[in-house]
Design a protein around this ligand. Sequence first.
Ligand code: 6R9
Length: 630
Amino acid sequence: MSPRSDHHSRHGQTAQPVDDRLAFWARQAGELDWDTEWSEVLDWSDAPFARWFTGGKLNVAYNCVDRHVAAGHGDQVAFHWEGEPGDTRTITYAELRREVCRTANALLSLGLRAGDRVAIQLPMIPEAVFAMLACARLGLPHSVVFGGFSPAALQSRIEDAGARLLITSDGQYRRGRVEPMKANTDEATRDTPGVEHVLVVRRTGTDVPWTEGRDLWWHELVDVQSDRHEPEAFDAEHPLFILYTSGTTGRPKGILHTSGGYLTQAACTHRTVFGLDPDTDVYWCTADIGWITGHSYIVYGPLANRTTSVLYEGTPNTPHEGRHFEIIEKYGVSVYYTAPTLIRTFMKWGEDIPARHDLSSIRVLGSVGEPINPEAWRWYREHIGAGRAPVVDTWWQTETGAVMIAPSPDSPSFKPGSAQTPVPGISAKVVDDQGVEVAKGESGYLVLDQPWPSMLRGVWGDDDRYRQTYWARFAAQRYYFAGDGARYDDDGDIWLLGRVDDVMNVSGHRISTSEVESALVSHPAVAEAAVVGASDATTGQAIVAFVILREGAGGEVSVDGLREHVAREIGPIAKPRRILVVPELPKTRSGKIMRRLLRDVAENRQVGDVSTLADASVMDRIHAGLADAS
Ligand code: 6R9
């Protein structure tokens, strides 16, 4: 048997005929409440622009909230919210419905109409969820921007999306301190005339700058609204949200997701990957709503499934390193979904910390964001999962919208470090340079060879970039290029190997090397910069920058000043761990920087093959310079 047909026989999903796949997704969509039935499950005639459940109409917020109240579950808790300073709030589905209706009525009172965009930069507070669902209810695509992004990053996202409203808060709690938020968003909106209003949640009680006429307090505008609102049904392909993510070039891409297919797959995967039971489970996903994991697995998937969730505002070590375990014990969390970087941090803090808590409620553990190394997988299962909870490693992306590859929770054979198989209804392959599927035991590129319901519908305002980034690499086969390397093991199971492009993965956050490079060269003292991701035991990768200073700038600039500059330009998450000042950068004859060699330097390795360098002695001069400096 050829390796190809062998894979097909092992992967039930890969082998699944197209008609069965579409029938599967039609059944999953049928779990939602539709106003108008769709006429066609998938329209792929304008590939790579997909349309799922064409002709169907639904309201996403109604599906996440109202229908559960209508079915008699109004008293069920939707969120157990924990504030960082220890304040709490319990929100039932009935209360969630009232809050979402009030928020929707407030947005209507500002003149917003279906199709208008709303930017949201908020801490992890209930209003963040109310705001997202109110937008969904009114057909206003939201663009949630992670709270740690700088004013400059927020500004470019507001401009690209053309947002009419920004929703933010006065301040936010960070590791026990109060930090400003409104002051930053004011900086971001100084030159964005399109933003007509800024709606401000009072969270920390800090003084804020105020623009009369433009700025509005949430408690003054929203709290006085009626808690009734009739939802309108929108087309299955109505835009639900835009979420910006780093690509291989400096400019972040606005990934566009729509309504029916997105909600179908977010809900279905949440239910099946964790084997979720809405009547008994208490679920906690520790992501921030500023990332796709927060969108799909804190808000849309769990709420569509009538889940009781924990929502936590703060950092894992505030006020102490046992905070997460305390919360698991307090609420009896049964499904805990987090990222490898946090698991490795817990390992560093020590196993005695979780051991002080009763974690016996844990039933399933999830992992997302980067490949989970087997040691972290084993520690997670042993010390959080009492040695028995399955650990489901879920591979997916902002672009895929929902989980694509994950072991089934009742899989007989878990493999530490492997995401294993495409989930039902999904097809993925590992292929070589030519797009030909590789044999077992071999590695290549991960591709998605069939469209899926929660796939991105494009890059906001840039169809060409959508085609170029995802569909040009394997155009002949019409495969979606994920940008990840992967390998089949001898059983045909998939192991993810990390990015194959210039995207770094720092604590599960995607940051492009060129984005950091542009930030560095925007500093007047920097002539040129090259950035690489160096392996790091805790954060997966750490950002290491090589910079050439401008003539005469040497005395006036400090490496710390450059790090701060990057934090100001992009956000603290993009601050390089190390910046090395070098006399030159290694380049090929065509002028491409050879990052591979810089990575060798950053990871303290013997430098690899330098034969394609324009000037082979560059590496010696870089080394000599670094030796002088230390
Ligand atoms: C959901 C999310 C996507 C990139 C992706 C890959 C990496 C995510 C992973 C994983 C190995 C996993 N990634 N989950 N790699 N195993 N279970 O993280 O979306 O922020 O867009 O990042 O993250 O490299 O391409 P996003």
